[in-house]
Design a protein around this ligand. Structure first.
Ligand code: MSP
Length: 529
């Protein structure tokens, strides 16, 4: 049996203690851009996202709202976490919830197998715990608060002392194996700063991990001990594998899916949850003799006032509020273009509006509407056949080859900014070409030579827009699909293919060019400014 291994990318599964803010949208958009890119390059792709619903953080929020935790999670998923995928236009293939039976059953089976194989033992845990992170902390992780109080540096909230009898996973046994694995596969943790952080953490030695809790019951029951529930991170990390059939009977649908997807190519995570993914998760997989993910990529935080944007600090901005202003495409464009993926970035409405206006409304939007209007006016809306190409056109055809190659390399390497800037520079070059060639002057003349030259220029710009609407499609799917139709690419019988984007001359002369509504209408400055 041969089957194609899909490019499998995951986002973290999001806590349902609150509604999404743009920090969450940021991770999902990045995953969506990357998976759309691979899909448009003709690869099989599997893109998973979902929600993390167990643990104390969700339980306490539900209790504070006077609702049972399952009802709370159901409501948040239905009202906020599923709808936000439409708001930001994410094309995920699956959405896993950790309260689904497909997940809980597979987690229990995995845990029993680990126990039977001797990787789990009973012990006593005592130490600080941050409910915001759902993490057992080491004293060195904490910062000083008032008096004797110790705070979690991420949440600026006091940690709680946990003292329980729990089950432990022998995490410490994997220190050397993990170091060896990462030394041999430096690309398995990116960017380099994340790699270095994990390596120095590993070199300081690992402690065994408490993987169950006994003082509350909102979690997956430990299969051999109903008085304990599985530690929420142990439960949550497994989603990446349970969603694609972990441990299912050979020959079953689940086993087939697992063979087609596992190991994951990329776990996309925020830098705050890097260690869970690059230390605990691979150790769990090693214990079960499963292949390790090919890459964990840790991106930076969206900052507000220099701090991580968060709902609990009241700095959360909803994706909807930005999408209402500039649309989902420009939302996606802005975050992938303005912030270096892998580093922190400050969000500001001013920067958002400035880039939208100069790069999308004035840059790309104007180019498309100008050329569409000229084809409508001068050639009855039908794409004219070009004459001979001159040096000016050659500059663009050559640049397109370079642009396509650069965008492909950069985006596959998670350098969304460089990939987008390459395409943007091509847009700028086409705009410059129009300015220099002055098609409006030629349009005023009616000799055959001028008309042919005008035809060549307009064809060249439409062909350039064909390429741009392909290269930008993973970033701005809606408007690029409209542009694709408007310039007659659909009527030319073409498909948006990254692999063939730089082949010149694909549009068929004679197809209909439509002057449609402005792709990126000018916006009123929002009140927040
Ligand atoms: N439930 C865990 C993940 C489990 S994955 C097995 C979790 N959830 S979360 O909802 O708190 O965060 C999910 C993701 O959103 C993380 O990658 C986190 O880094 C990201 N972000 C949350 N706030 C963010 C910013 N302000 N900026 C960028 N990303 C942010 O952790």
């Amino acid at each position: 049996m041969t089957s194609n291994k899909a490019f499998y990318l995951t986002t973290p599964i999001y806590y349902v203690n609150d509604a999404p803010h743009i920090g969450h949208g940021y991770t999902t958009v990045a995953g969506d851009v990357m998976t759309r890119w691979h899909r448009m390059a003709g690869e099989d792709v599997w893109f998973l996202t979902g929600t993390d619903e167990h643990g104390q953080k969700v339980l306490r929020t539900a209790e504070a709202n006077g609702v049972a935790p399952q009802a709370w999670a159901d409501k948040l998923v239905a009202d906020a976490w599923l709808p936000v995928l439409d708001v930001i236009d994410a094309a995920n293939d699956d959405f896993i919830r950790t309260t689904q039976e497909r997940h809980t059953k597979r987690v229990q089976r995995f845990l029993s197998q680990l126990k039977d194989a001797g990787h789990i033992y009973e012990g006593a845990y005592e130490g600080p715990y941050c409910v915001g992170c759902e993490e057992f902390k080491l004293p060195g992780d904490l910062i000083d608060g008032d008096g004797d109080e110790k705070l979690c540096p991420i949440h600026s909230k006091p940690v709680e002392l946990v003292s329980e009898s729990n089950y432990f996973f022998k995490l410490s046994a994997y220190t050397d194996a993990l170091i060896k694995h990462y030394e041999a596969n430096p690309q398995a943790i990116r960017p380099e700063s994340a790699y270095n952080e994990v390596m120095s953490f590993l070199r300081s030695g690992l402690q065994d991990l408490s993987i169950s809790r006994s003082t509350f019951d909102w979690g997956i029951e430990v299969p051999w001990d109903p008085s304990q529930v599985v530690y929420v991170w142990f439960d949550a990390l497994l989603n990446y594998a349970t969603a694609v059939g972990l441990g299912d009977e050979p020959g079953s649908e689940g086993a087939k899916k697992f063979a087609e997807t596992w190991p994951a190519d990329v776990h996309l995570v925020g830098k705050d949850i890097l260690r869970f993914h690059a230390v605990i998760w691979p150790a769990m997989l090693m214990a079960a003799d499963l292949p390790l993910p090919k890459c964990v990529f840790a991106h930076g935080w969206l900052l507000v006032g220099g701090e991580k944007m968060s709902k609990s600090k009241l700095t959360g901005i909803s994706p909807q509020s930005i999408v209402d202003l500039i649309g989902s495409d420009a939302f996606r464009y802005y975050f992938m273009r303005a912030i270096i993926f892998g580093q922190d970035g400050s969000f500001s409405w001013e920067d958002l509006v400035a880039r939208y206006t100069s790069e999308l409304a004035n840059g790309l939007g104007n180019l498309a509407s100008r050329v569409q209007a000229m084809v409508v006016k001068n050639f009855d809306g039908l794409l004219p056949a070009p004459g001979e190409l001159t040096a000016a056109e050659k500059v663009l055809t050559d640049l397109l080859v370079k642009t396509a190659a650069q965008a492909d390399v950069s985006i596959r390497a998670f350098d969304f900014q460089t990939g987008i800037v390459a395409v943007k520079e091509f847009v700028d070059a086409v705009n410059l070409y129009v300015t220099e060639q002055e098609p409006w002057t030629l349009a005023k003349k009616d000799d055959a030579e001028s008309r042919l030259r005008l035809a060549t220029i307009l064809y060249t710009v439409c062909e350039s827009l064909r390429a741009i609407s392909t290269l930008y499609a993973p970033i701005m799917p809606k408007s690029m699909s409209a542009l694709w139709s408007d310039i007659g690419a659909a009527e030319s019988g073409l498909g948006q293919s990254i692999a063939e984007v730089a082949t010149w001359g694909q549009l068929k002369p004679g197809v209909k060019i439509t002057k449609s509504e402005s792709m990126f209408p000018r916006i009123e400055e929002p009140e927040q400014i």
